[in-house]
Design a binder for this molecule. Structure first.
Ligand SMILES: NC(=O)c1ccc[n+]([C@@H]2O[C@H](COP(=O)([O-])OP(=O)(O)OC[C@H]3O[C@@H](n4cnc5c(N)ncnc54)[C@H](OP(=O)(O)O)[C@@H]3O)[C@@H](O)[C@H]2O)c1
Length: 265
């Protein structure tokens, strides 16, 4: 009911977590605009959302394109950004021991995940309702999890730091971030099946809920932050309680030291 008739814009809304946010917001009565690069994926996503949905092709790393996108959009009630550039690759490209990281892949990740979200906030805030919200996306890598996060971890920390600065500057528009735990999305499609299975099994085993997340689980965090009218400058962990498990493991000395080559998956 709180989203009935509201305009919700989801950048990165054609896949995974962003798509689930768009679907959930639409089911709650919002008018939804989704934006990402591939028009084909946007069309497929729009069909799966149903209801009132507009699609716009947008690359968040293109400053002029982001400025143009927001210059021409109607007033936004809630703006969500959940991008991750698949061109950046995954394991052994930017999630790897520092010495093995492909710097080009790391930079692609940085440009979309941090700089892209900053640009979306910078140009999007001028089109926001004063009572509106901006919700960005961090990730569990900001607190460390498995070794190999010397790029992805600090980039997510930067997103979390940015949220706190932007919340102060942009109030009364609220600015928050969701930090998802391991979530089954197309992000992991490029991984060999056995590697993905082992990764997900390890997370599930160490999580109090005994499972990894679904995009729909994570979407509920964004919905909460859209509608929580007294919450700003906050990072909401939606990770199945993984932080709790990790702190217990740390106390018990069961956390694998980062950089231990025998621990690489
Ligand atoms: N899945 C997880 O386990 C997990 C865990 C922690 C954090 N996260 C974070 O959650 C967010 C969503 O991840 P996901 O797993 O849902 O990823 P996903 O399924 O790969 O979706 C990524 C979305 O971002 C769009 N995108 C990528 N680069 C873009 C760019 N330069 N400009 C505009 N749109 C762009 C993609 O569409 P196009 O490629 O067509 O542009 C797609 O819509 C990311 O920030 C990710 O880091 C995910």
């Amino acid at each position: 009911v709180k989203l009935q008739g509201k305009h919700v814009v989801v950048v990165g809304g054609s896949s995974g977590i962003g798509l689930a946010v768009a679907q959930t917001a639409s089911a709650e009565g919002a008018r939804v605009t989704i934006a990402s690069r591939s028009e084909t994926r946007l069309s497929a996503a729009a069909a799966s959302i149903g209801g009132a949905v507009a699609t716009v092709a947008l690359d968040v790393t293109d400053v002029d394109a982001v400025e143009r996108f927001f210059a021409s959009i109607e007033l936004i009630d809630h703006l969500v950004c959940a991008v991750r550039d698949s061109e950046a690759g995954l394991r052994d490209q930017y999630i790897a021991p520092l010495v093995d990281i492909d710097p080009r892949a790391g930079l692609i990740y940085l440009k979309s995940k941090f700089w892209g979200q900053l640009l979306v906030t910078k140009y999007g805030c001028a089109r926001m309702a004063r009572t509106g919200s901006i919700t960005l996306t961090s990730g569990i890598a900001s607190r460390g999890w498995v070794p190999g996060h010397t790029v992805i971890g600090p980039v997510n920390c930067a997103v979390e730091g940015f949220v706190k600065k932007a919340a102060r500057e942009l109030g009364p528009i609220r600015v928050n971030a969701v930090s998802p735990g391991l979530t089954d999305t197309p992000t992991y499609d490029p991984l060999p099946v056995d590697v993905k299975r082992a990764l997900f099994a390890e997370y599930a085993e160490r999580s109090p809920l005994g499972r990894t997340g679904t995009p729909e689980d994570i979407a509920l965090g964004y919905l909460f932050l859209m509608t929580a009218t007294f919450v700003t400058g906050t990072v909401l962990d939606v990770d199945g309680g993984f932080q709790v498990a990790a702190s217990v493991e740390r106390q018990e000395g069961r956390i694998i030291p980062a950089g231990d080559p025998s621990s690489r998956s």
